[in-house]
Design a protein around this ligand. Structure first.
Ligand SMILES: *Cc1c(COP(=O)(O)O)cnc(C)c1O
Length: 309
């Protein structure tokens, strides 16, 4: 486990044409499976589990979910029973994420999409708690207050560059961003890149999680590339280019979109000259294999994937 995660300067030549400094917060290096913001969101939740002597964790996610993979793996580490409520009936071919989670000992309960939609409603949660009385329930993606608290540390760990101007992150629920905004200095701003399509209310959600920080962040909505886990050659091409420049892999669902957006906005002149910008690598590399299977391609040909043993 690599904590604090490294804060590295990206090659100077990448920022030079735009007169900016580019840095990267390497949460992808925290752990090959429990990577990025999923580690951040599970940290205080698992401390809570430990404090209250729970022996069972229950959570929610889709068949390719980084949160499911991380939770399964961490529960194995801490010898906790683990149940995953998985969206959609069991697929004919099980995803690499679920395969790894089952191997880690997760009990996967497949529920219909309509049942899954109840995942945050009190009556559904009560029914689950009755069925699994000893379980500590963590919401999808780890998006509760303890999860958000863990995400504050993405910013507080940037001690070597306290005078940065912008920090960017990709957003699903916006919980990670909601944690980060709480720790910004007055002159600093966070930018969230929305990866889901048609998610027009995400800034409200960030404000629900962290009220009174609306002037500390903005959301870029134009970089979802057609929606969650859609295939777009332009995005893959960008990720390969970035890998050639830096030897750093991105994933096509979250981080690829954020990094693409930042480079696009550099070209558009969004960032004032002299800006110091930190890009947050939120991890998610475990999802590459499932994406490659679905679309029959290799994102990084001839490479041994880092998350493989
Ligand atoms: C889950 C995930 C996100 C989304 O985080 P939110 O807190 O839901 O916005 C971003 N990046 C990666 C790699 C993820 O796994």
């Amino acid at each position: 486990m690599v904590i604090p995660s490294p804060l590295e300067r990206l090659p100077e030549k990448l920022g030079k044409p735009f007169d900016v400094e580019l840095w990267i917060k390497r949460d992808d290096l925290i752990h090959p499976v429990i990577s990025g913001n999923k580690y951040r969101k599970l940290k205080y939740n698992l401390l809570e589990v430990n404090k209250n002597n729970f022996n069972h964790v229950l959570t929610f996610g889709g068949a390719h979910s980084n949160h499911i993979a991380s939770t399964a793996y961490l529960c194995k580490q801490f010898d906790l029973k683990c149940t995953g409520i998985i969206r959609g009936e069991e697929a004919k071919q099980i995803s690499p994420t679920l395969k790894a989670s089952l191997e880690a000992g997760m009990d996967c309960q497949y529920v219909s999409r309509s049942e899954y939609r109840n995942k945050n409603t009190p009556t559904y949660l009560e029914a689950l708690q009755t069925k699994y009385p000893s379980a500590y329930i963590i919401p999808e993606g780890g998006a509760n207050e303890l999860g958000i608290k863990g995400c504050e540390e993405i910013v507080t760990e940037c001690k070597d560059l306290t005078d940065f101007d912008f920090i960017t992150v990709d957003c699903g629920t916006g919980a990670t961003l909601a944690g980060m905004v709480r720790q910004l200095q007055p002159h600093q701003k966070a930018i969230g890149v929305q990866v889901l399509k048609g998610q027009d209310f995400i800034s409200n959600e960030v404000e629900d999680f962290s009220p009174n920080y609306s002037d500390k962040f903005e959301i870029w909505t134009a970089y979802h590339f057609g929606g969650y886990a859609k295939f777009q050659p332009e995005l893959i091409q960008f990720m390969r280019w970035f890998y050639d420049q830096t030897s750093i892999k991105l994933d096509p669902i979250y981080t690829g979109k954020q990094f693409y957006a930042v480079f696009d906005q550099l070209k558009n002149g969004f960032f004032p000259k002299g800006s110091r910008i930190i890009l947050t690598h939120t991890g998610g590399l475990q999802g590459i294999e499932g994406f490659e299977e679905r679309y029959g391609l290799e994102i990084y040909p001839n490479e041994h994937r880092r998350y493989k043993k």
